[in-house]
Design a protein around this ligand. Structure first.
Ligand SMILES: [Zn+2]
Length: 298
């Protein structure tokens, strides 16, 4: 049984059937794709799990070997230990909840829950030919995710890296001060600029509005800082940047700031690349991770 199902819960829930790192048939989206940001934040936990179960069944879940679910937050043993952007899921045993709903629908494949950004990283590795390399991925959306492939034991909440010592930097959804997500997250930008939408901030910066120009520099500097921290902890390498807000990234600017922040010669040589990813990327990654998990469980 080589087919798997991948599920992504990020800005919405997307479910797809995967065979050999490729999507088979259409992606099922829940709720309807009317809003790019935040449509899950008000939905009760049970409804999220029920929506997933329904779409998994609709995708042909009866015939798969494993089901992988990419979910935002700190995930351990199927439990959502923390999820700053989907607070209602905190403490929920998503793997157990979803597994019970699926068994009621005669779907008995094992459910593997992993961090959504790790699912994106696995999907990027699978679709862009990096399955034999160590890669890291920043996902820029409502929140900021950090994923790595291959996955490694640990927490890896890189989106909450501290990038500012200013005690007034309090826009992160987790409540922490000075975090990367508090600068770069879509929600955090809306809270910072109460009079402008994030897309207007970037548009105004292009026309020379000084407040927006300064912020856009700061926004890039924040990602350079978090990337530099990752390099100082884990070595240089390939970093992919993706997600809805990745369209605002100026790679040259980011690269310049990163060079100012990483000076030790063995740590040089990282590459930054903006890649367009879709739900499909994370679905493929979640499915791949579920296959690995099922194999290692024997
Ligand atoms: Zn935070």
């Amino acid at each position: 049984m080589t087919r798997t199902i991948g599920v992504l819960a990020m800005e919405h829930i997307a479910v797809g059937l995967v065979d050999d790192h490729q999507l088979v048939g259409a992606t099922h989206i829940f709720p309807d794709k009317h809003s790019e940001f935040d449509c899950l934040s008000e939905m009760p936990a049970e409804e999220i799990a029920q929506g997933m179960a329904r779409e998994i069944a609709a995708c042909g879940g009866q015939e798969v070997g494993a089901i992988g679910v990419g979910f935002p937050g700190v995930i351990k043993g199927g439990i959502v230990e923390e999820s700053p952007n989907l607070q209602q899921m905190k403490g929920q045993n998503l793997a157990a909840m979803l597994g019970a709903l699926l068994r009621a629908a005669d779907i008995n494949a094992p459910v593997h829950v992993l961090n959504d950004a790790d699912a994106v990283a696995a999907g990027v590795a699978a679709t862009l030919g990096h399955l034999d390399h160590f890669i890291r991925v920043w996902t820029l959306g409502s929140g900021v995710g950090f994923g790595r492939y291959p996955q490694a034991e640990g927490v890896w909440e890189g989106g909450h890296s501290v990038v500012s010592l200013d005690p007034k930097e309090g826009f992160c959804n987790c409540g922490g001060t000075g975090h990367l997500e508090g600068v770069m997250g879509h929600r955090a930008m809306r809270r910072r600029f109460l009079d402008l939408e994030p897309e207007e901030v970037f548009a105004h910066a292009r026309t020379g509005d000084e407040r927006c120009v300064q912020f856009v520099k700061y926004w890039h500097r924040a990602l350079a800082a978090a990337t530099a921290t990752s390099i100082h902890m884990d070595g240089p390498g390939k970093f992919f940047i993706t997600g809805p807000s990745a369209r605002y990234i100026q790679v040259g600017v980011l690269d310049q700031y990163l060079h100012e922040m990483v000076k030790m010669s063995p740590l040089q040589g990282s590459q930054l690349e903006v890649v367009a990813t879709s739900d499909e990327t994370a679905i493929i990654g979640a499915a791949l991770s579920a296959t690995h998990a099922a194999e290692s469980a024997g």
